[in-house]
Design a protein around this ligand. Structure first.
Ligand code: ACO
Length: 328
């Protein structure tokens, strides 16, 4: 496995919305939200997705010790970018001064970081670039209807980033065959797209001057059923592909959608819940940002020793899902 994560970074906005704050907006209660989801607080940005992505990226680049002009590729997994164009990735490039990077966004909702990681790793393994910056950044606060109690309680804003580098010894980046990223197992099912959808602001043609903004709509039970069935399946499959057992894994870093989903996955995998770290009580569901934010927290708290085996797994709208093994 020739590609390693050499730096991580994350950013969440300062503004905190508590469950008690939400009680003033919609008919809900702190206890309902905590019992059904595990969420206590979430962060909301007033500066947008690019701002959060740049802050997370700077932290990851600093930890990797990589000069921005050495970056070959920037991919941002987002479905809530500030503009239709230019892409968030191009805006990050400009802010970092990563003048030699090729930049694009990737849309896979809550699986956006994992799909971006898969894409970047494939480019690096194919020898097209030596380094990549992969970011998951979302502001779902822009996409939810704040009068809809079934969705507005779930989400928060944030960004997380990882620097990937090829690990050939002659590039001065130490590595061994026992470390790196992969294999990946990814999936999509567009036929079930309606159960979690946000058409957003439709583009206006000359015949349709009165376009309105469409907020997210979600069939919560359907999404829940999808997650608790598909995530254990993809975890088992990626472990089998890697020739590993669940017992070989230190942490399962799952998309942070709902505490009950993660508890169910741990139970089905017959693994202790402590192997499934969570931060969703503080941040809610930050969509494409949740996996890299959690990864960065584990990294900066010293929980990831060299050689630690992790599994990252994402799932979300599309429907989309995927998992990979990371040897730190
Ligand atoms: N406060 C109080 N009551 C509420 C709220 C709320 N915020 N939201 C819904 N209710 C009510 C409903 O109206 C319903 O009332 P009724 O029985 O009188 O009709 C009752 O609570 C039960 O509603 P359900 O939707 O059946 O509640 P459920 O137990 O399924 O929990 C939840 C809802 C938390 C959304 C759950 O379905 C879930 O977590 N689904 C997964 C969705 C998810 O994680 N989406 C994130 C995006 S996708 C992703 O990241 C993968």
């Amino acid at each position: 496995m020739p590609v390693r994560i050499t730096g991580t970074g994350s950013y969440v906005p300062d503004r905190i919305i508590t469950n008690e704050d939400l009680e003033k907006l919609v008919e809900t209660s702190d206890s309902w939200i905590r019992e059904r989801t595990g969420i206590r607080t979430r962060r909301i940005t007033d500066r947008g997705v690019t701002d959060m992505a740049v802050r997370a990226a700077k932290r990851a680049m600093e930890q990797a010790g990589l000069l921005p002009e050495r970056l070959g590729l920037i991919i941002v997994g987002t479905s809530t970018g500030d503009c239709l164009f230019p892409s968030t990735a191009c805006q990050v490039q400009a802010a970092l001064g990563a003048s030699n990077a090729v930049c694009f966004d990737l849309s896979a909702a809550c699986s956006g970081f994992l799909f971006s990681l898969n894409t970047a790793a494939a480019y690096l393994e194919a020898g097209l670039y030596r380094s990549a910056l992969v970011i998951g950044a979302d502001a779902l606060s822009k996409a939810v209807d704040w009068t809809d109690r079934s969705t507005c309680i779930l989400f928060g804003d944030g960004a997380g980033a990882a620097v990937l580098q090829r690990t050939e010894a002659d590039e001065g980046c130490p590595g061994s065959p026992a470390e790196g990223i992969g294999p990946f197992l990814m999936g999509s099912d567009g036929s079930r797209g309606e159960c979690l959808i946000c058409s957003g602001g439709p583009l206006r043609g000359p015949e349709t001057p009165e376009a309105s903004w469409d907020y997210m709509s979600m069939n919560g039970r359907e999404v829940f059923r999808f997650a608790v069935k598909t995530v254990p399946e993809v975890l088992e499959a990626v472990l089998e592909k890697a020739g590993l057992k669940a017992e070989d894994i230190k942490y399962f870093v799952l998309h942070q959608a709902n505490e009950r989903i993660i508890q169910s996955v741990a139970k089905r995998m017959n693994q202790s819940l402590w192997k499934f770290p969570m931060n969703l009580s503080r941040y809610g569901n930050t969509s494409g940002a949740s996996i890299p934010i959690l990864l960065d927290e584990l990294n900066r708290r010293g929980k990831l020793e060299r050689g630690s085996r992790l599994v990252l797994a994402g799932f979300g709208a599309g429907l989309t899902w995927g998992a990979t093994v990371v040897v730190w």
